[in-house]
Write a protein that binds this ligand. Structure first.
Ligand code: NAD
Length: 454
């Protein structure tokens, strides 16, 4: 009999339900079904595949409120964020529903004949998802994979499986053939590793920690398995003295404390030009103290609890009281609460500037000039996201070109837009998701030469 795993709410600390914790044999059996389903799914006409994805999108759209409430309860996300996340799945499905009918090859001029290329679906794809954004991260993988003609086995994080399970059920209701999109719940060590090591799974899309991501990359090597990695971050919010400091300070809390800082794109380092420090800090204090950490079911809440008690302990270990500049507030009582916390760091080698805390802690550090800002922003093994605040357009572009990071925004904190490529430099990842080219990661390019001089 399949073992069960309890799912706990981070808001109440109470059990919500229990879900299957599959063993290795059950995982292997599910992969076998995925291999079989691929034989027919890859032959479904592009227009029919597109229609099924649009049906899937519209069923998810009808269930936005159901999915959002599940995520509030299971992950502690604010209701506003959770609705956005469910809607992101709708948008991503609709966006990639447009691609099966446009999955063009090329005709390449060659002597002696005609040369054409095809984009062939890669096969069974394993998608391994973390707990911080269970819905969007799943969708960024499964929507383009299904559109490309791949079948999917998706492993959600142990602690946040509920929305993924609901999405799989909606996919079936929308008419996806059985076993084309399966959600396999269970541990990383058993279900995750089985998916990674099974040679019939042709590609892994992993989002999670850099530590596990590098292990997965190594385990993919013996089978030369394709891999996309979306890993950790320590992104810089670079604020120049010539920027609109009020706006920069007003938006900085959202850029790092959104989702309680459990965001790979969190701007967890604020780099402020030295001459603007004294003006900026009181403005930041005001906006941090106004940032509302409360019951995530309330429409006005901007930040909920952390995901687990163990994670809260890890986050707390980064707080040295002597470095705290100021803090916001958080509820007490049941729930894994942690207040927004601002550290003022003068030692550039301090671990709060290099390690991903993944909680509501931001480190503020000063820089001297443009070159120093770029050097400081790049003084990290990560390179995922970041922001640049200045009213000088040329400087904004120079700094954007200088910062080694996959996703930058100027005078804004946007990171993820489904129309544009998303991914990391350095140890933040390998490959890109989203954007117009996402299907390339789920297809192999095949070249065919036809001799016309026979
Ligand atoms: P994690 O690495 O612990 O786990 C991620 C997933 O991998 C989970 O589903 C887990 O069960 C599975 N897993 C664990 N061990 C495994 C193994 N040996 N083989 C196969 N699968 C295994 O990460 P997490 O704690 O769930 O998520 C937080 C991390 O994710 C942070 O570092 C964060 O920066 C990163 N993240 C990155 C992005 C991005 O797009 N770059 C997005 C969100 C989160």
């Amino acid at each position: 009999m399949t073992a069960l795993h309890d799912v706990i709410s981070p808001i109440t600390e109470k059990k919500i339900t229990a879900v299957p914790a599959l063993n290795a044999e059950e995982t292997v059996a599910a992969i076998a079904k995925s291999v079989k389903a691929w034989e027919t799914w890859k032959k479904v006409a592009p227009g029919d595949r597109a229609k099924l994805l649009r049906n899937f999108a519209s069923l998810v759209e009808k269930n936005i409120e159901v999915l959002a409430k599940l995520e509030v309860e299971n992950a502690g996300h604010t209701i506003g964020n959770a609705r956005w996340e469910a809607n992101n799945v709708v948008n991503v499905l609709n966006y990639y529903a447009g691609s099966p009918e446009r999955l063009f090859g090329r005709q390449i001029p060659v002597p002696g004949g005609v040369d054409i290329t095809f984009r062939e679906p890669i096969g069974v794809v394993g998608i391994i998802v973390p707990w911080n954004f269970p819905m969007p991260i799943a969708g960024w993988g499964f929507a383009p994979a299904l559109a490309a003609g791949c079948t999917v086995v998706l492993k959600p994080a142990e602690v946040t499986p509920l929305t993924a399970m609901k999405l799989a059920q909606l996919g079936l209701e929308a008419g996806l053939p059985e076993n084309v999109f399966q959600v396999l719940t269970g541990s990383g060590r058993i279900v995750g590793e089985t998916i990674v090591q099974d040679p019939r799974v042709r590609k892994i899309v992993f989002t999670g920690s850099t530590e596990i991501g590098t292990q997965i990359m190594a385990k993919c090597a013996p089978n030369v398995k394709r891999v996309t990695l979306e890993l950790g971050g320590k992104s810089a919010n670079v604020i120049f003295a010539d920027s609109d400091l009020e706006k920069a300070a007003a938006s900085a809390p959202g850029a790092v404390f959104d989702n309680a800082g459990q965001d790979c794109c969190a701007r967890s380092r604020i780099l402020i030009e030295k001459k603007a420090f004294d003006k900026f800090m009181p403005l930041l204090e005001q906006s941090v103290k106004a940032f509302k950490c409360a019951d995530p079911n309330l429409e006005t809440t901007e930040m909920g609890p952390l995901i687990t008690s163990a994670h809260r302990d890890k986050v707390a270990s980064y707080v040295e009281e002597s470095l705290v500049a100021f803090r916001g507030t958080a509820p007490s009582g049941a729930g894994f609460w942690f207040p927004p916390t601002v550290l003022h760091i003068t030692d550039r080698k301090h671990k709060s500037l290099s390690e991903e805390i993944f909680g509501p802690i931001v480190s503020v550090v000063t820089f001297e000039d443009e070159a120093d800002a770029i050097a400081l922003a790049n003084d990290s093994e990560f390179g995922l996201s970041g922001s640049i605040w200045t009213n000088n357009g040329a400087k904004a572009l120079r700094v954007a070109r200088g910062v080694e990071s996959g996703n930058l925004s100027v005078n804004s904190h946007s990171s993820v837009r489904y129309w544009t490529p998303f991914g990391g430099f350095k140890k933040s990842g390998l490959g890109r998701e989203l954007g117009p080219d996402a299907l390339n990661a789920f297809t192999e390019e095949k070249n065919v030469f036809i001799n016309t001089e026979i």
